[in-house]
Write a protein that binds this ligand. Sequence first.
Ligand SMILES: [Zn+2]
Length: 491
Amino acid sequence: MTTRRAAIYVRISQDRGGAGLGIARQEEDCRALCARKGWEVFDVYSDNDVSAYSGAPRPKWQELMADIDEGLVDAVVCWHVDRLTRSPRELEDVIDLADRNGLELATVTGEIDLATPTGRMIARMLGAAARHEAEHKAERQKRQRRQAAEAGKVAGGGKRPFGFEDDRITIRENEAETIREGARRALAGESLSSICKDWKVRGIVTAAGIPWKPCGLRRMLASARISGRREHTPRSWWETTRPLLGEIVADAVWPGIISYEDSDRLRALLSDPARRKGDGQNRTYLLSGILRCGKPTVDSAGVVIDPVEEPEKVCGWGMVGRPRAGVPRYVCPNTPGADSCGGTATNTARTDEHIRDMVLAAFDSPALRERLQEPDGDGSELYEKIRADEEELEELASEFGEKRISRKEWMVARGPIQQRLERNRAKLAKVSRKAVLLGFVGSYEDMRCRWEAMNDSQRRAVVTAAVRAVYVVPAPGKRWDPDRFIFDWIA
Ligand SMILES: [Zn+2]
């Protein structure tokens, strides 16, 4: 038997909270596994889900699939199955390839060793069970929803929704006004926790009479209900909580409080994976999470590494606020067990000023002002596309429900529509980020005045509309050096 040519697939994602296992570590372990198995490493395919701003599917994953198809690769090695595939469907694809092309698979963690028939069987059984569960649930809920709709009932039990009376249909006007305000502020880029804090001061409470929290506000603002639409939210097996967005299924019997367009924009904005987890809570440092540690993790032999070009070659950890001797600083955290380097720090006040000046200078451009004045032709087109896809999904589900198509046909047809839907939602989120800048951009002096009047959350919205991240490279001396800051600008 000839030596197997193995592809190593590594992926960074935020889906496990934090940046997850470093790519360097994944690759190192995978290489060791190849060596043990006597496999030749053909290439390393590395995707970065963290920067999934564009909403594009993983490019390296597709390259890998193509290379397997062309027979360049006959084994795949990854750290764990959850690094390789993002869904049971993708796992099935890999197992199909294994069956068709004799592709071998191995994982470092070895919990499911897909290289053995037993491992494959276990993976399939898990996948099949999970699919069955998800489909069964979707079917059951669909039936219930249909029955409720046919009976003319208003879905859901329990407490009245905020903005509506106990009949769940009549609008409660003072609360509706609060919803409109929250929608306006969230769309302008203010963080949910900032809005919650303000509402707490003003004594605005939920329908249950308690102060608003960001997670509750997020659900409320992202709900289709407040735009007078019905939403169906099946819960999949891998989700422990109800997903934020359901499929919009129909105009409801209750009136809307905000427009469809605003609702779609809120739904895109609040479900955007690029939005930071734990949005704004307890944050007192303007740039925490925006600043990333730029300390090289590889020996570059004297060549300067550009962290924006080669993020995998630097620490990349999000810097956090941590004062020393009473002086606020941003540091790369020195957390036991994490692979952050703990080797970079910078003075908070000077850094905040520097980043502010750089961002405002970047916005002080006639070209940008002109571009912002242009109507967002793309936006309304996107709403239409999103709505059309949501309708198509619903249509497919009902065809399956009425047994006009098989379960397999249903699953196959759903895939591309759901992907397109995700892509368009991500695009819409981008359009919405642009809205942040509309009332802000002007001359440098104007922007400075507006900046001074803003709270940290509003300032963060402005900064993140300009940059994805700012890398901070370690300082050789004590002197202040603006060249330490490398900007990953959003074009
Ligand atoms: Zn670091």
